[in-house]
Every structure is written in structure tokens, then in C-alpha cells.
Design a protein around this ligand. Sequence first.
Ligand SMILES: Nc1ncnc2c1ncn2[C@@H]1O[C@H](COP(=O)(O)OP(=O)(O)OP(=O)(O)O)[C@@H](O)[C@H]1O
Ligand SMILES: Nc1ccn([C@H]2C[C@H](O)[C@@H](COP(=O)(O)O)O2)c(=O)n1
Length: 209
Amino acid sequence: MIVTIDGVAASGKSSVASGVARALGVPYVSSGLLYRAATLLGLEAGLRLENAAELLAHLRAQPLRLEALAEGNRVWVEERDLTADLHSSRVDRGVSVVAALPEVRAWVDGQLRALPEPFVAEGRDMGTAVFPQAAAKFYLTASPRVRAERRARERPEDVPAIEAALVERDRLDTVQSAPAPDARVIDTGNLTLEGVIGAVLAGLPARQG
Ligand SMILES: Nc1ncnc2c1ncn2[C@@H]1O[C@H](COP(=O)(O)OP(=O)(O)OP(=O)(O)O)[C@@H](O)[C@H]1O
Ligand SMILES: Nc1ccn([C@H]2C[C@H](O)[C@@H](COP(=O)(O)O)O2)c(=O)n1
């Protein structure tokens, strides 16, 4: 079984996916981390992020490995764990450029589709392009201000600056971020994290056996 959780930036996708995955006893899969890792490696190598051929050649020369666990996802290149460097403002600013490249999207999608079921997959297009056959689909939203206030608790930047960056990233990611027609849209603005996880669990189809 595949459950998809898509949504706008900082809407709680990874926290909710992790909670749902733990409740179900399955891994969760963060597609955004693969886009972030591709961006980080491109930046570190001094590549032009909009050049798909250069970037893909670089990614193929040092293959990324996504470690998908219910507690959290990690991305490795051989023995190096990239995870702690993937949520910097530098990566945030570059990642939408990388995510707009069809060749990179195909590379990420191939990695995701190779994963063994069951899992909870979170991102932007999990329920539309990557796993349209998913058993249940959810789409998380919240106002930019609410999302920025939540993010400000984890980063040393002020709320208006974070909010402006989130709005800009939403704009750049619009194309691949539409909810699936059969997704349940959850506005998380007035819900606790536990409340959102409970709403998703309550929306799952009854399990067989
Ligand atoms: N319903 C909620 N109530 C309060 N805080 C929440 C809620 N959902 C998520 N958060 C907090 O908001 C922050 C962003 O959540 P999270 O990182 O899961 O979002 P995301 O959609 O995966 O982000 P990104 O798009 O940047 O990868 C985290 O600090 C998380 O704990
Ligand atoms: N399925 C996905 C997942 C992510 N992206 C892009 C959009 C984001 O700006 C970036 C990082 O994702 P996040 O960590 O914020 O979920 O990657 C995408 O286009 N498709």
C-alpha cells in the first residue's frame, strides 16, 4: 500500500508523513530530500543548477542513497551523510531551479518507483505524477504566515523573511504542486501536528486481514 502526502512548502508534510508511517509501522519517503541533495551536490561542485546535463552527469558519478525510515529520512553519498546540510537557506534558494528540470524529475521518480511497498510518500507530485495508483492521497495547506511562524521556531531568521521565501518557493513550485483530484485537502492552520496525523489516519481505507 502507498499513501501520499503532498502539499505546499513547510505545510508539515515530513512531520505528518513520519507520524503516519510510525502509526502504520512502515517507512516514509521524502521526495524533497532527493531534490535538495541534488541541489547541494550541484552547488558544492560549482555547477550551473539550470544545466540538467551537467547536473545529472555529476549525480551519476556519485550516486545518492535515500535511507527511508519511519523516524526520519537520510541521504547518503557513499559514507557521507548529507542530511544535516539539506535544509539550509542556500539549498532552499536553489532547489526550485533543480526541481523544474524534467530530466532531474525523471531521475528522482525512477528512484522512488524502485522502492518496495508499503510506504508513505511525501512531496509535491506523489499523488499526481509519481504514484497515481496510491491507496489514499492527502494534500496539506496552511497560510504562509502560519507556516513561517512554525519554521521560525527551527531557524535563526525572522518570520517576515521566512514567509517571503516560502511564498516565492510556492510560486516557483506551482507547476508540480497541484493537489490530485482524489486527494483530501487538509488545512492544518488550526490543527496540532497530532491532530493532522489523526485526520490522515482516520481517512485511510480499512486495512485488509
Ligand atoms: N499542525 C502543526 N502544528 C504545529 N506545527 C507543525 C504542524 N505541522 C508541522 N509543524 C511544524 O512545522 C515545521 C515544518 O514542518 P515540516 O518540516 O514537516 O514541513 P514540510 O512540509 O515537510 O517542509 P518542507 O516543504 O520545507 O520540506 C516543523 O517545525 C513542524 O514541527
Ligand atoms: N515531489 C517533489 C518534492 C519536492 N519538490 C521540490 C519543491 C521544493 O521546493 C523542493 C524541496 O522540497 P521540500 O523539502 O520543501 O518538500 O523540492 C518537487 O518539486 N517535487
